[in-house]
Write a protein that binds this ligand. Structure first.
Ligand SMILES: NC(=O)c1ccc[n+]([C@@H]2O[C@H](COP(=O)([O-])OP(=O)(O)OC[C@H]3O[C@@H](n4cnc5c(N)ncnc54)[C@H](O)[C@@H]3O)[C@@H](O)[C@H]2O)c1
Length: 323
């Protein structure tokens, strides 16, 4: 993109935001990236920081106007496992947070100051009747968690605001995201991060998903690249305004444990499925991301062995035992 972007990342202190802000600041300059979170903790040297509650629409609109923001990444949400513990709170945050930013974008469009928005959907938007293998871009979606229901409703809202108001909103159905920089935020795929903490401590890992529970996953650098490539693509290439399937690498706990054991031969795993198993059982095992490839050139780069080597080299066990 040639024109200077002014970027706001909401939910910036989370697992994805904390890495996305750094990547965006490297690309656009620290002064052009504002990290915002409900938390007062400023984690950033490489970007500006402000406290913001995405549910406060007036404050959001004022910040977008005063900073002349051109792109917003709206990441604040309650995730799948956490959402099941507080469904109404999850629904309010996930839906009103998205609606607030879509409304701000509609209002900015009306005064000739368009916003480009990124809002993540999730594989949780699929459900038990969805074909689990090579899940198509367009298919049955019957999510059973409040999180998944909010993501499916969010996808429909994104498409609606694009068609009705011309809001340039873009989305990815993120697979489970694996990373080492910050602890995960309460998702069903978090076992694939916690396992590395146990492995590096020399402890046996007790997995809350069973050995054969295959799920779509993606390593953080691929997830960040997908997000930025989608946002940098010319608008006319973006044919899907709900959310794109984006595949990284699919594996189950047994396969991940085997990959870790190839590097740490003493590593041991046991299985004690909990309530998160029932959630995982309704999700796809692998995704067909041909539409993302055809429309804006998406290609995953990082496979399981490369991811395991990088995680083992970088996980900071002092971050605490991820759930
Ligand atoms: N991490 C994954 O594996 C994954 C997978 C699929 C989709 N997603 C989606 O990506 C987005 C980010 O996920 P994450 O893993 O970084 O989440 P996270 O839980 O790690 O981070 C969310 C951040 O939002 C902040 N926040 C909460 N309420 C807020 C509010 N009212 N106003 C402003 N900020 C608020 C939190 O303080 C936190 O820093 C979410 O929409 C999530 O649904 C994540």
């Amino acid at each position: 993109m040639n024109t200077q972007q002014r970027i706001l990342v909401i939910g910036a202190n989370g697992q994805i935001g904390s890495e996305l802000v750094e990547a965006l600041a490297a690309q656009h300059g620290a002064q052009n990236v504002i990290a915002a979170d409900i938390s007062p903790n400023n984690l950033y040297n490489a970007a500006r920081y402000t406290t913001l509650n995405v549910l406060d629409k007036a404050a959001l609109a004022a910040l977008v106007a005063s900073e002349e923001i051109t792109q917003v990444y709206q990441l604040a949400a309650m995730l799948s496992a956490t959402g099941e513990a507080a469904p109404l709170k999850a629904w309010t945050l996930n839906m009103d947070g998205l609606l607030n930013i879509l409304e701000v974008a509609r209002e900015r469009n009306a005064v000739g100051k368009p916003l480009r928005i990124f809002w993540p959907s999730s594989i949780a938007a699929f459900g038990p009747s969805t074909p689990a293998q090579d899940t198509p871009q367009t298919t049955v979606m019957d999510p059973t968690t409040i999180y998944g229901i909010s993501k499916l409703a969010g996808e429909r809202l994104c498409e609606y605001y694009f068609i009705k108001y011309g809001v340039d909103v873009r989305s990815i159905r993120y697979p489970g995201i694996i990373s080492f920089k910050s602890p995960p935020g309460g998702g069903t795929t978090d076992y694939a991060i916690a396992i590395f903490h146990s492995a590096l401590r020399g402890e046996r890992y007790v997995s809350f998903l069973g050995p054969q529970t295959t799920l779509p996953m993606i390593y953080m650098p691929d997830a960040i690249r997908a997000t930025i490539e989608l946002m940098d693509a010319p608008a006319e290439l973006i044919k899907v305004r709900s959310a794109y399937n984006v595949a990284g690498v699919s594996f189950n706990p047994e396969q991940l444990a085997a990959a870790i054991s190839r590097k740490l031969p003493d590593f041991k795993i046991a299985y004690q499925p909990d309530s998160r198993q029932a959630i995982a059982d309704t999700w796809p095992q692998s995704l067909d991301d041909a539409a993302a490839t055809a429309d804006w050139g998406w290609q995953a780069r990082i496979g399981i062995d490369e991811m395991v080597a990088d995680m083992l080299a970088n996980v900071d066990v002092s971050l605490g035992k991820a759930a």
